[in-house]
Design a protein around this ligand. Structure first.
Ligand code: TA6
Length: 321
C-alpha cells in the first residue's frame, strides 16, 4: 500500500475521507496516491494542512491556533469574505472563516480533470443571523482539490441570489500562511516595481523597489494589479512555492515580526520566523454582483525544488515556466 493512501477493507484507495479533527471539528482529508495530502476543516471551509509526497507540511499553523468557534483558526488558508480587513459593522476579514460550511452534495458542473478524485465541494449560505449583519443572499461554493502531483487548488464561486433585485459588493482573500524555514532567508519574486497600499502607513500608496522582496521587519502590504504568478523562495529548504491566481488582481504580503507577534494571543512569539502570508486577493476594487451573477476566484499552489542563490534563480523561468 502506498504511503499516505488509506484503503478500505475491500482494498479500495480512499482519496476523500470525512473524519474528526482537533476538538472534534469535522474535516475532510484528501489523499493522492503518491503520498501528498490536504485537510479541510468544515469550520471556516479552511484548508488546515497541505503536505507533499514526503509528508512535509507546507502550510504554517500557529503553535497557539484555537480550533474552537468563534475564533478563526490561525494558519492554513483562512477565507476572507465578504470583506478583507476591518471596516463598518463586519468583523475583521468578514465571517466566512467563522462559520460551519457544508459539503455540497449538488455542485454545479465544474470543469474538472476526470482522473483527479481528491477533491471536495463545500458550500456556505447566509444564516438568519448573518442576514442581520450583511443583508444579502448568496451561495459561496468552494472546491478544494489536490492534483496527482500534489498541487493544491482552491476555486471559489460566489453567486448573488438576492430576490430583491439588489446587487452586492465584497472584497476577498485566500489568507494563505506558507510555512518557511527562516523568514529572514525568504524572497518573493513577481511583485517588484508594483504599487502597494501599506497597512503600516495608513494604506498610503507606494511603489515597490525593483528587486525581489526580502524581510527584515513587519510587513503588511496590499500589492495591486499583480501578475497571475508569484514565487516565494525558501533558501534553507531550497523550495519555491509558486502561487497562480485568476480573478484575484491583488496580493497581500504579511509578516507580523517580533513585536506584533507577541501582541497576537493565538500566535507563538517566535512563530513569525517560520511563516509568511502571501494572499491572492481582490481588495483595491471591490467585486460587485447583480442578482444571478457569479464571480469565480481561483488559486493554485505548487511547491517546486529551487536552487536559491540570490540572482541565480531565474525568476522569469519560475514565473513563466
Ligand atoms: O493579511 C494581513 C492582515 O490584514 C494583517 O493586517 C493582520 O491583521 C492579519 O491580516 C491577520 O488578521 P487576523 O484577523 O487573522 O488576525
Amino acid at each position: 500500500m502506498r504511503e499516505g493512501m488509506k484503503t478500505t477493507m475491500s482494498g479500495e484507495k480512499v482519496a476523500v475521507e470525512l473524519c474528526k479533527g482537533i476538538n472534534g471539528l469535522d474535516k475532510i482529508v484528501l489523499r493522492e496516491a503518491r503520498g501528498s495530502s490536504a485537510e479541510v476543516c468544515l469550520y471556516g471551509g479552511q484548508v488546515t494542512s497541505w503536505k507533499n509526497d514526503h509528508g512535509e507540511e507546507l502550510l504554517f499553523m500557529s503553535s497557539k491556533a484555537i480550533f474552537k468557534p468563534p475564533k478563526a483558526i490561525r494558519g492554513g488558508i483562512p477565507i476572507c469574505f465578504p470583506q478583507f480587513s476591518s471596516h463598518g459593522s463586519l468583523e475583521q476579514h468578514g465571517f466566512a472563516r467563522n462559520r460551519i460550511w457544508s459539503i455540497d452534495t449538488d455542485p454545479p458542473p465544474f470543469p474538472t480533470n476526470s482522473s483527479n478524485k481528491a477533491f471536495v465541494d463545500l458550500i456556505l449560505k447566509p444564516s438568519e443571523e448573518d442576514m442581520k449583519i450583511w443583508p444579502h443572499c448568496y451561495e459561496f461554493r468552494l472546491r478544494v482539490s489536490l492534483s496527482p502531483s500534489g498541487d493544491l487548488m482552491l476555486i471559489s464561486r460566489i453567486r448573488n441570489t438576492n430576490t430583491d433585485g439588489k446587487p452586492f459588493s465584497f472584497t476577498f482573500a485566500y489568507h494563505t500562511y506558507f510555512s518557511v524555514s527562516d523568514i529572514s532567508e525568504v524572497r518573493v519574486e513577481g511583485l517588484e516595481t508594483l504599487d502597494y497600499l501599506d497597512n503600516l502607513e495608513d494604506k498610503k500608496r507606494f511603489t515597490e523597489q525593483g528587486d525581489a522582496i526580502t524581510f527584515e521587519s513587519e510587513v503588511d502590504k496590499i500589492y495591486v494589479s499583480t501578475p497571475t504568478k508569484i514565487a516565494i523562495l525558501d533558501h534553507e529548504k531550497k523550495r519555491t512555492f509558486v502561487l497562480r491566481k485568476d480573478g484575484l488582481p491583488d496580493a497581500v504580503v504579511w509578516n507580523p515580526w517580533d513585536r506584533k507577534a507577541k501582541a497576537i494571543p493565538d500566535l507563538g512569539d517566535d512563530d513569525y520566523k517560520h511563516m509568511l502570508c502571501v494572499e491572492a486577493a481582490a481588495v483595491e476594487k471591490p467585486i460587485t454582483l447583480k442578482p444571478g451573477e457569479e464571480w469565480k476566484g481561483r488559486q493554485e499552489l505548487c511547491a517546486v525544488p529551487s536552487s536559491y542563490c540570490s540572482g541565480q534563480l531565474d525568476p522569469q523561468r519560475v514565473l513563466h515556466g
